[in-house]
Design a binder for this molecule. Structure first.
Ligand SMILES: [Zn+2]
Length: 479
């Protein structure tokens, strides 16, 4: 149920993610702490600013390098049939201005009113899809009941609807908004996006150094909450389009703020995260980043609704298990530590895998023949439940037969080889532990030795800030 506006409440942040993001944007633009603090005068001021920016965008010449034209494309993606974006809009300032002003005028006193579609306060203005940045509501809004001219939208919600691109993470084709259990994170996300929108409006998308994806912005907002506030976050990315509107929803787990605090507060996992960012950065032949590593690393903490997203443990496993990639022992240990901290903080697991890993490492090192061959054998079965079980039995018998101590019993490894939740993650952690143990013992786990030049380059980069700092070069040019 929506809280009702009182005489002193002019804007309500509802549970609708898009309206809510717009309401936060209004609050940030007005310099208020929360949407509830926004005054009537604030609404006037924000509306005046929207009108100015919308007019500049709508009248901008079609120049791909122009910042105003870039902002017009943002508006086009959100309000494709509005007066500001329609092909047949007036190109004359005096002719267009009244149309844009009309979007945000206060309701005429004494006019008939209905409850606002979003927040329920009396609203006298009816809007159709034309002016609303709603994903996938094409059908809903175009199939209004006969005789109904539109949806009643109150002034606060009308202004919020057009403040949305300031508080959302926008591209020229889509927008992304955040819902979070903690208002502080929503405000932080909005505030950073308002700064970004201002840069984009001044410099254009190309020159603003605007970052490649919204996920690092969310992680910074969650990090700012500190370790003691568990908070799940949901990202809604959408495009409002006549032909192909779409919506994608991804979520983070509640323990992410704590995980981020642990990573940031401890040198080894912090190094691991930075190595992950570096490993995920892709550059073109001229050395310019084409994929932002910090953004890609941040994405690993978001899970898609359909379950088809990469996970952090899987990505770390892929990096650590690559025979052609030569990690120094220090860097391998840092990435492995990061995987264990994720398991502990996010998945609630704290397995002691050292004994079972020791059995495998002993077998690889001493089981007869070249360790490289047995390492390859282990790598092939490392993630399979029953094949790993068979290998462990083989290792157990071989070590026993040779009169060696066996560090773990079948009881110890049973949880790893069963088909049960998190057994797969445990096998990945086991693999990371085995590889680290072998490298500590001096058994070659990579095809090539560590290249000192590569190592020196990594050292230079690894001490830089983590989580995609806004001025990070890795972010540039990848938008
Ligand atoms: Zn409303």
């Amino acid at each position: 149920m929506s809280p009702l506006a009182t005489d002193s409440t002019w804007l309500i942040a509802t549970s609708h993610p898009i309206q809510r993001a717009g309401a936060w944007a209004v609050a940030v633009l007005a310099g208020r702490t929360t949407p509830q603090d926004v005054t009537h005068a604030d609404l006037d001021a924000v509306a005046a600013r929207l009108v100015e920016d919308v007019m500049a965008a709508a009248l901008a010449p079609k120049d791909p390098d122009s910042a105003a034209y870039g902002w017009w494309k943002v508006l086009l993606a959100l309000y494709p049939n509005s007066k500001a974006t329609h092909n047949k809009r007036p190109r004359d300032h005096a002719a267009l201005l009244p149309e844009i002003l009309a979007l945000f005028v206060p309701d005429a006193p004494g006019s008939p009113a209905w409850p606002c579609t979003f927040c329920g306060v009396p609203a006298a203005v009816l809007w159709t899809k034309k002016n609303l940045p709603l994903y996938d509501t094409d059908k809903m809004l175009n199939t209004l009941p006969p005789g109904v001219a539109g949806w009643p939208i109150c002034r606060g919600c009308r202004i919020a609807a057009w403040a949305l691109p300031y508080g959302a993470w926008v591209t020229t084709g889509s927008a992304t908004v955040l819902s979070c259990e903690q208002d502080a994170a929503e405000r932080e996300f909005s505030a950073r996006n308002v700064l970004r929108a201002e840069r984009v409006m001044q410099l254009g998308f190309g020159k603003a150094g605007t970052g490649a994806r919204p996920e690092p912005v969310v992680l910074r907002a969650l990090k700012a909450l500190g370790p003691d506030l568990p908070a799940a976050a949901t990202l809604w990315s959408f495009k409002n389009d006549n032909q192909h509107p779409w919506l994608r929803v991804t979520q983070t787990r509640r323990a992410v703020p704590r995980f981020l605090a642990t990573v940031e507060g401890n040198a080894e996992p912090r190094r691991g995260w930075r190595l992950l960012e570096l490993a995920l950065t892709r550059r073109d032949k001229a050395g310019r980043p084409v994929t932002s590593g910090p953004a890609e690393a941040a994405r690993l903490l978001f899970e898609a609704e359909d379950g088809r997203s990469r996970s952090l443990p899987a990505q770390l496993h892929q990096l650590l298990d690559k025979p052609e990639k030569s990690w120094s022992l220090r860097n391998r240990a840092a990435l492995t530590r990061l995987a264990f901290i994720y398991a502990e903080e996010i998945l609630g697991m704290n397995p002691d895998l050292k004994p079972v890993a020791t059995v495998i490492a002993d077998w690889i090192e001493h089981g007869g023949g070249a360790p490289r061959g047995r390492l390859a054998e282990y790598r092939n079965v490392a993630l399979s439940d029953y094949k790993l079980g068979a290998l462990l039995m083989q290792a157990h018998f071989r070590l026993t037969f040779d009169g060696r101590a066996v560090a773990a019993t079948p009881e110890d490894w049973r949880p790893l080889i069963q088909q049960r939740p998190r057994a797969w993650e445990q096998r990945m952690l086991l693999s990371a532990t085995v590889l680290q143990l072998l490298q500590e013992r001096g058994v070659a786990v990579n095809e090539r030795p560590v290249d000192p030049d590569d190592e020196a380059r990594t050292e230079l980069l690894v001490e830089r800030p983590i989580l995609g700092d806004e001025d990070d070069d890795d972010d540039r040019g990848a938008a």
